[in-house]
Design a protein around this ligand. Structure first.
Ligand code: AMP
Length: 540
């Protein structure tokens, strides 16, 4: 790097990573309001908040979300976690080995590489046996291969680079596969963590069901677009344990719609479906029929759907490809293949939604392509979002806790995409203007223009009292002429300026200027407080 380039690099402005963003005031006010509303509404349904770690073992998500899903196989932010001090020797040896270059053809000096490999292997194998590095089958087979390849390299040594170089490449590959630390991942969703916590804290011993909700960032390496980010926020809830009575499903959905209503989301549409359970007389039988039907139309489908016929036929129903829509419309519907129990469960969920006054539409294509999902699935869409219009997805997952090593446990939950919810609320606020109930509101900002030491002391005390009473106060830290101070108050968008000079302090009568019309009035401190209390909040 040239000096000039290095300098430029040093002065480079940092920017938020692609797919992440800063959420700034006053927008954050809306975020807080949404989260607080969730908090209040969920509490009235008996939910408690759970705060979860942002990272977990990669395997937890692989198992819960599914190793073959895009989320796990392509979109996870996973990293190896180890103590660099504890493993400094092993790391040094690994670096020496991986950065070693095959000498130019003709020479045969592979000796240093053989030595590096030997010492890496010995140290890694010892750490493996002592379980200082993960004693996984993956590590076992990588170490076995390194030993085998190293013997082979030794035996062909001196016979020319054509024989040795490929072995060097293979050894390097297997060395890269040796996991020194545990693989951790930034959470792509939180249901897996809630289930992990339920098991870890023996929550099955609490009165069932356990109702939990969470809020926070999730991470998926997706292609960013409007309403789709790599760091995005979800508000979610899970009910674990107890029964799978349809009343639970209906109440979860009722709670969601109550929340959306209270937060001011308009035009939301609730879609529901039942995907039965994973048995031959129910979903599995349906999937076989679906597969057979898909085979019939295979050559009319795109490459992704063609592949899914074998890997996960239900996912074909998720397809958004225009050219596939007419074909998908002719496929068999799961509702016609549910077993009697699942059929009754679904009918009762729908009946209870009606009793609760929750409007819904059925969407037979709403599926979740994982075995442990069963019966009720639902999704909510909102206006103003373009193609990414789902603001919430949820469903019943009775097998998940067991899959993660816990006791058989019923479960149902949902996750709201908070970013999208906010986008939709902002669209509404924009169309309604400053009188919208969603416009951000401030307590009227009051700017204290003070001059003189005595006035400053009074100003500090006044600021303290006003803030204690809940008003937003700006107290300039250095003295300025009144004209300048009032200009500053205007720039900040303050509604009032409190003018404190020697006269005001000695008379104990303060001057309050309303900046919009320039009117002034003299008030005692208690009168000022009362006057401000009588004012309405302002929207921006
Ligand atoms: P899922 O966990 O995939 O069922 O998603 C639940 C909800 O989270 C979706 O309905 C979206 O509203 C939201 N969501 C999922 N992925 C993203 C993303 N990359 N960016 C923003 N919101 C997302």
């Amino acid at each position: 790097m040239s000096d000039a380039t290095a300098k430029k690099e040093e002065r480079r402005k940092f920017q938020a990573i692609k797919g992440t963003r800063d959420i700034l005031p006053p927008e954050t006010e809306l975020w807080n309001r949404v989260e607080q509303t969730a908090d209040e509404v969920f509490a009235t349904f008996g939910y408690g908040e759970i705060r979860l770690p942002i990272f977990e073992p990669t395997d937890l998500f692989a198992r819960a979300v599914g190793g073959e899903t895009d989320i796990v196989s392509k979109e996870m932010y996973a990293f190896e976690d180890f103590d660099t001090y504890e493993f400094s020797e092993l790391l040094e040896q690994r670096t020496a080995l991986l950065t070693w270059q095959v000498p130019p053809l003709g020479t045969q000096v592979f000796e240093p590489f053989i030595i590096y490999t030997k010492s890496f292997y010995e140290l890694a194998a010892r750490s493996f046996n002592l379980r200082r590095i993960p004693a996984t089958p993956g590590n076992q087979s990588a170490l076995d291969d390194i030993l085998r390849l190293q013997d082979k390299l030794q035996s062909v040594h001196g016979q020319g680079a054509e024989k040795s170089a490929p072995l060097v490449a293979q050894i390097k590959e297997r060395v890269r596969d040796v996991r020194i630390g545990d693989s951790l991942a930034l959470r792509p969703e939180a249901t897996a963590s809630v289930c992990r916590a339920y098991i870890e804290h023996n929550m099955q011993q609490l009165p069932q069901p356990v109702k939990l909700y969470y809020t926070g960032p999730m991470f998926r390496r997706e292609r960013p677009q409007k309403g789709r980010y790599r760091q995005f926020y979800q508000i979610g809830a899970e009910i674990l344990g107890g029964t799978d009575a349809p009343g639970i499903d209906a109440e979860v959905i009722e709670m969601l719609m109550t929340f959306f209503d209270k937060v001011g989301l308009q035009g939301a549409t609730l879609y529901i479906n039942s995907i039965g359970h994973n048995a031959l007389e129910c979903r599995r039988g349906y999937v076989e029929k679906l597969k057979a039907a898909l085979e019939q139309v295979k050559d009319k489908l795109g490459a992704d759907s063609q592949r899914r016929i074998d890997t996960n036929p239900l996912r074909v129903l998720d397809s958004k490809l225009e050219s596939e829509q007419a074909i998908i419309a002719t496929l068999p519907h799961i509702a016609d293949h549910l077993c009697d129990e699942c059929k009754t469960h679904y009918a009762e969920v729908k009946r209870q939604l009606q009793v609760r006054g929750v409007l819904y539409q059925e969407n037979w294509r709403l599926v979740r392509g994982l075995d442990y999902y069963m019966r009720t699935t639902f999704e909510i869409t909102a206006p103003g979002l373009g193609s990414q219009n789902a603001v919430c997805g949820g469903g019943r997952y009775d097998g998940l806790v067991e899959l993660l090593g816990g006791p058989p446990t019923k479960g149902i939950g949902f996750a709201i995409g908070e970013d999208r919810l906010i986008l939709s609320l902002q669209e509404r606020a924009k169309s309604e203007g400053p009188n919208s109930p969603l416009a951000t509101r401030h307590s009227p900002l009051l700017y204290i223009a003070w001059m003189g030491e005595r006035a400053y002391a009074t100003a500090i005390r006044a600021a303290k009292d006003l803030r204690k009473a809940g008003f937003s106060v700006e107290l300039p830290p250095v003295e300025q002429k009144f004209g300048k101070a009032l200009g500053q108050a205007d720039k900040l968008g303050a509604r009032y300026a409190l003018i404190l000079g020697d006269n005001e302090v000695s008379e104990a009568l303060w001057t309050l200027k309303t900046l919009a019309d320039g009117t002034q009035q003299k008030l005692t401190e208690p009168d000022l407080l009362q006057f401000l209390r009588d004012q309405k909040p302002v929207s921006s």
